[in-house]
Design a protein around this ligand. Structure first.
Ligand code: SF4
Length: 382
């Protein structure tokens, strides 16, 4: 009997990558590969990378160095495939920079419908869209994952039905900006606009036509909530643009939808938000929070914040502190700005905030929001 080949996957980064890795595994299963217990036994090794900060890329590089050393000593060379956000560097550059890598795999080639291989038997990630059109100036995602594509509703619902039948009771819908799921795009690409305006930043206000009636994302939530077997429905990431009143009403109506909402703010300074191309003001953000609190009893909130964005003055930072005191997030993922080659902020702004000051600001927000004695921290899947 021919022994089937084995694969092994290393996953770095966010829930989107974890969900993608489940589908990469599904693609291997469909080709009769089986999962190796350790990388040592694998015929093919996939490294699903993250680029959010330089340190994330450094971890993937260091893993590759370790693998290269290990397999040189073992006098064996499995096929090494690199995928995920690091592919924004381009195939040619990556293959010359990382000679141990044999192949670069754009994650879009795996597709939405490759059956996921899930470890968890009660909770499932379901991707509903891929890519992003928003071009926040610090973010590499639109370059690494391409423009936003929404997965057909019927495919998502078929996956939900199958999961329910197999006993899954918790679902998290994932996408870079789930609120814009299925909306029709307006206007030209922001990238073209950036170039045409000689890199003057446009507003990142919704690039989608307002839905006639319920937005498609709300329709999707309504449909999934028809399965009463589902006890917890989460989604991420949501962004303040496209966070419609209809979505707030939908959360209010369906008790299956988690009462913890993760809503990235990134900064409480309107000047910084504009330079980040986030396209809303702190007042807009607070307005959403106020509406959520009025309509969804017991709602709690989490957020993402970047400190030390180029040009962030003490006054800008204090505006974030002031917003934190107003919103009272339960949890915040506070990141120190790290310039990513290829992004607009890398081209436009100097990384001028000293590391010590970034750390100080990070610590202030950590102490303020993520206090260790906080007793009822929600379970955050990230
Ligand atoms: S919304 Fe902004 S931060 Fe989120 S993936 Fe898109 S560009 Fe990146």
């Amino acid at each position: 009997m021919v022994k089937s080949k084995q694969y092994f996957i290393f996953t770095f980064g966010c829930q989107m990558n974890k969900s993608d890795s489940e589908r990469v595994a599904g693609d291997y299963r469909a080709r009769d590969y089986r999962e190796a217990k350790t990388a040592d036994e694998a015929d093919e090794i996939v490294i699903n990378t993250c680029s959010i900060r330089k340190s994330a890329e450094d971890r993937a590089r260091s893993l590759l160095n370790n693998l290269a050393k290990k397999f040189r000593e073992a006098k064996r060379k499995p096929k090494i495939i690199l995928t995920g956000c690091m592919i924004h560097h381009g195939e040619e550059k990556l293959l010359s920079m990382l000679p141990f890598v044999d192949e670069i795999l754009p994650i879009s080639e795996v597709g939405f419908n490759s059956a996921a291989v899930r470890r968890d038997t009660t909770h499932a990630w379901i991707p509903i869209s891929a890519g992003c059109n928003s071009f926040c100036t610090y973010c590499i995602v639109p370059l690494s994952r391409g423009r936003e594509i929404s997965r057909p509703l019927k495919d998502i619902l078929a996956e939900v039905k199958d999961l329910v039948n197999r006993g899954y009771r918790e679902i998290t819908l994932v996408g870079q900006n789930v609120n814009s799921y299925g909306l029709e795009k307006v206007g030209i690409g922001l990238r073209k606009l950036l170039l045409r305006q000689n890199l003057t930043l446009p507003s990142n206000v919704s690039q989608y036509k307002k839905a006639k009636g319920k937005p498609p994302f709300v329709q999707l939530l309504d449909k999934i909530c028809e399965y009463k077997q589902i006890k917890k429905l989460r989604f991420m990431s949501s962004n303040p643009w496209d966070f419609s009143d209809a979505l707030i009403d939908c959360i209010a109506v369906h008790l299956q939808i988690d009462r913890f909402i993760h809503l990235p703010v990134q900064s409480g300074s309107n000047r910084t938000l504009k330079r980040m191309n986030r396209g809303y003001t702190w007042q807009d953000y607070l307005n959403i929070v106020t509406k959520l609190r009025a309509k969804v009893p017991g709602v709690t909130l989490g957020t993402d914040i970047i400190v030390g964005f180029p040009g962030e003055t003490d006054r800008d930072f204090q505006a974030t502190v002031a917003l934190a005191k107003k919103v009272k997030w339960q949890v915040a993922f506070v990141a120190r700005y790290s310039p990513r080659p290829g992004t607009a902020s890398y081209r436009l702004y100097q990384d001028d905030i000293p590391a010590t000051l970034k750390k100080k600001r990070w610590q202030i927000l950590e102490n303020l929001i993520n206090q260790p004695h906080l007793k009822h921290r929600p379970q955050v899947i990230k």
